[in-house]
Design a binder for this molecule. Structure first.
Ligand SMILES: [Zn+2]
Ligand SMILES: [Zn+2]
Length: 342
């Protein structure tokens, strides 16, 4: 089969072709696994973190990609959930131990044995992939393969972020950073909390305009102050400045949820601007989001089908994955980037 593989960590500013287009053997499903013929795979900011070494693959070469939609073409000996030709999605969580306290409580995203698709196991930048059947999800019929792919990461982790804010209807929610995940959060939050107002902080004027089009009450720059203090803010940026600036905009007892697998080092010194009374005091909290649990994916897919949420996307061929990654790095973003594979 054809695949785009990462053979070593590299710097995307210097190396615009981090992945190699190669021929490799088709995978064989183990007893509890299914074999998927990949149709589409989303391109995620986390791939940049893998390529640049902030969350490196556990082995090389690695097939990246964790927003995968495809059809079941073979089932392992001890599987029962799916039959041939069923359409399924695969997300960032590839497997977990199933036995630890986190797995037992439905928080398998925190499992010490958490394995990530496209980082610890081969992902969807390929014509075929295998996955344990318990970690595949039926895709609601309302979505095309391209529409469904970005829902599996940006959408599912956005859903978890929104749950972790603990917000209630009528409370104010801020979103700092307005990329793929934040768009989806705004759409689902408007539906779940019809009496709330939403405030977006983004560096680009275009993103701010888009936020207002999508129903934000107000949109400003990262350091701006919204017309009211907010109960909760979700940060989806890869840097530090938005954290400091968001903390000042929280109400007493407010919570900042950071939805980022890693932060870049580039502006870390901005943290020295933290002023305890202004940014931290009055019981303000910071909580990070780690990975996704299966419930997040399943519940979000149901919600997205009900609303419905149809993400905007831009299509690329498998062999154009490098171009899509470089454009993502350069923040040339017009909707989610999707590789069209079979
Ligand atoms: Zn992702
Ligand atoms: Zn576990």
């Amino acid at each position: 089969m054809k695949a785009m593989v990462l053979t070593k960590m590299t710097d995307l500013i210097q190396n615009k072709n981090p992945l190699e287009y190669i021929e490799m053997p088709e995978p064989i499903p183990k007893e509890k696994e299914i074999l998927i013929k990949v149709s589409t795979c989303g391109v995620c900011h986390t791939e940049l973190d893998e390529i640049e070494g902030r969350t490196p693959p556990s082995t090389f070469p690695m097939v990246l990609g964790h927003q995968v939609v495809g059809k079941v073409v073979e089932t392992g000996k001890h599987t029962s959930r799916y039959k041939i030709d069923d359409r399924v999605g695969i997300a960032w969580i590839f497997s977990a131990c199933g036995k630890c306290e986190f797995c037992q409580s439905g928080n398998e995203n925190l499992c010490p044995d958490f394995k990530a698709t496209g980082r610890d196991a081969f992902g969807g930048y390929a014509e075929f992939m295998t996955v344990p059947e318990d970690f595949a999800y039926p895709i609601p019929d309302v979505f095309s393969d391209s529409e469904a792919a970005p829902l599996l990461c940006a959408g599912a982790i956005g859903y978890r972020s929104l749950s972790l804010t603990n917000m209630e209807d009528g409370q104010g929610l801020g979103l700092t950073g307005f990329g793929a995940s934040a768009h989806l959060v705004l759409m689902m939050a408007k539906y779940k909390f019809p009496n709330s107002k939403f405030y977006v902080f983004a560096r680009s004027g275009k993103e701010r305009e888009f936020a207002v089009e999508l129903g934000a009450e107000w949109a400003g720059d990262t350091e701006d102050e919204p017309p009211e203090k907010l109960n909760c803010i979700i940060d989806t940026t890869p840097v530090w400045k938005p954290i400091v600036e968001a903390m000042k905009n929280l109400k007493p007892g407010g919570r900042l949820v950071i939805n980022a697998i890693r932060k870049e080092e580039i502006d870390k010194d901005y943290l020295l601007n933290i002023d305890y009374p202004k940014h931290v005091w009055m019981e303000k909290e910071i909580k990070s989001v780690a990975n996704v649990a299966r419930n997040d994916v399943n519940e979000f897919l149901k919600l997205a089908a009900e609303i419905p949420i149809k993400p905007e996307f831009q299509e690329y061929k498998l062999e154009e994955a490098n171009q899509a990654l470089v454009e993502l790095k350069e923040r040339k973003i017009r909707g989610a980037k999707i590789l069209m594979i079979n």
